[in-house]
Write a protein that binds this ligand. Structure first.
Ligand SMILES: [Zn+2]
Length: 346
């Protein structure tokens, strides 16, 4: 459930927000491309931009969705294939689908990183590379420390740390199998975005009755897991989707450079670069409490795909608060992606 349910919405989609038609695009690809575009704008003309172009042959905006395009790779009895669904073409993946060796590179990455997950997570096929996209810090304990409830040796924070190690010239640390700097950069352009999506980092755990819990054991984590909001039923979709979607206006403004000046004002993160993912996860988890504090949860229902906890929120204030926080997080993610690259290659 956890891995499968983290499949992000694809393509440009229109959603109903707060009872009014409000065009939105998904954090994947819209939010990720917005983050990549801001970083592209900030490093333009620098040695970091030249290195990005050399490694990727494209920009961060285009590369930012690569880790989600990898979800199209399927395995059947040892045969691995990149599968294009003609009914659900993903425009953002066209670049990698069409460039020479593009599909093979995606298949190769997934095959190397597809083993089952450990711990409380279900041993789903390809679980590991899908687990790279999130961590599940209980909102009661937002300070990230590996080994604490909700963390895992292959979670989002460890993933970004592993990518930084490879980009700094080191080897890919276990359990990761990252091929080299180009692959690490493609992944980094995505995962710094995920690290700033509140529901990819902070989690609410619920009892059957819909009461908030503070899980302490692996069994409690499993029993009360809301799967990053995928198991919270909210306004005709799930809460994770609601937070993945960004306003189309935000997306267009990010690509047009409207957030560049604001991104330049994002405060530098103190400490060594290797400590940044932990600091950013702790900050995002703190901010994630905003996503849950005004929600009212009902007892869990079991009805196929609609299994989960129904939730409601005050209108229109909840949607407005979400849009404000999404904007802040996208700007920070873009600024920080640029900061990493400017620090590595100057
Ligand atoms: Zn992701």
């Amino acid at each position: 459930m956890h891995c499968l349910s983290r499949i992000l919405m694809t393509g440009v989609t229109t959603m109903l927000l707060a009872g009014a038609a409000a065009p939105a695009v998904a954090w994947g690809p819209g939010g990720h491309q917005a983050v990549g575009a801001i970083a592209d704008q900030l490093i333009a003309g620098t040695p970091a931009a030249r290195k990005v172009r050399l490694l990727l042959g494209t920009n961060l905006q285009t590369a930012s969705v690569w880790a989600d395009c990898a979800r199209a790779v399927q395995s059947d009895q040892g045969v691995w294939t990149y599968v294009i669904d003609p009914k659900n073409r993903r425009a953002e993946c066209a670049y990698d689908e069409n460039r020479p060796g593009g599909q093979a590179a995606l298949v190769d990455y997934v095959r190397r990183n597809a083993s089952s997950c450990a711990g409380a997570r279900p041993p789903t096929s390809q679980c590991r590379h899908k687990a790279y996209h999130f961590t599940d810090l209980p909102i009661q304990h937002p300070a990230y420390a590996l080994g604490q409830p909700g963390t895992a040796p292959d979670d989002l924070v460890q993933t970004v740390g592993a990518l930084l190690a490879v980009l700094a010239g080191g080897k890919s640390p276990a359990p990761y199998d990252i091929k080299g700097q180009a692959e690490a950069l493609r992944l980094l352009a995505h995962f710094v975005g995920d690290l700033h999506q509140p529901l990819h980092v902070g989690a609410v755990y619920l009892s059957e009755a819909g009461e908030r819990l503070d899980p302490a054991t692996p069994q409690e984590l499993k029993d009360h897991d809301t799967s990053g909001g995928n198991a919270i039923l909210f306004e005709g979709r799930n809460l994770h989707e609601a937070w993945d979607g960004i306003l189309e206006s935000q997306y267009r403004q990010a690509l047009a450079g409207d957030f560049k000046a604001e991104a330049r004002q994002v405060a530098a993160t103190p400490g060594a670069i290797a400590s940044w993912p932990t600091a950013w996860a702790s900050e995002t988890a703190s901010r994630a409490s905003l996503a849950f504090q005004d929600l009212k949860f009902s007892p869990k229902v079991r009805a196929g795909f609609d299994t989960g906890w129904p939730a409601s929120a005050p209108k229109p204030t909840y949607a407005q608060a979400r849009e404000t926080l999404q904007h802040e997080q996208i700007v920070k993610a873009g600024a920080r992606l640029a900061k990493i690259l400017g620090t590595l290659w100057h």
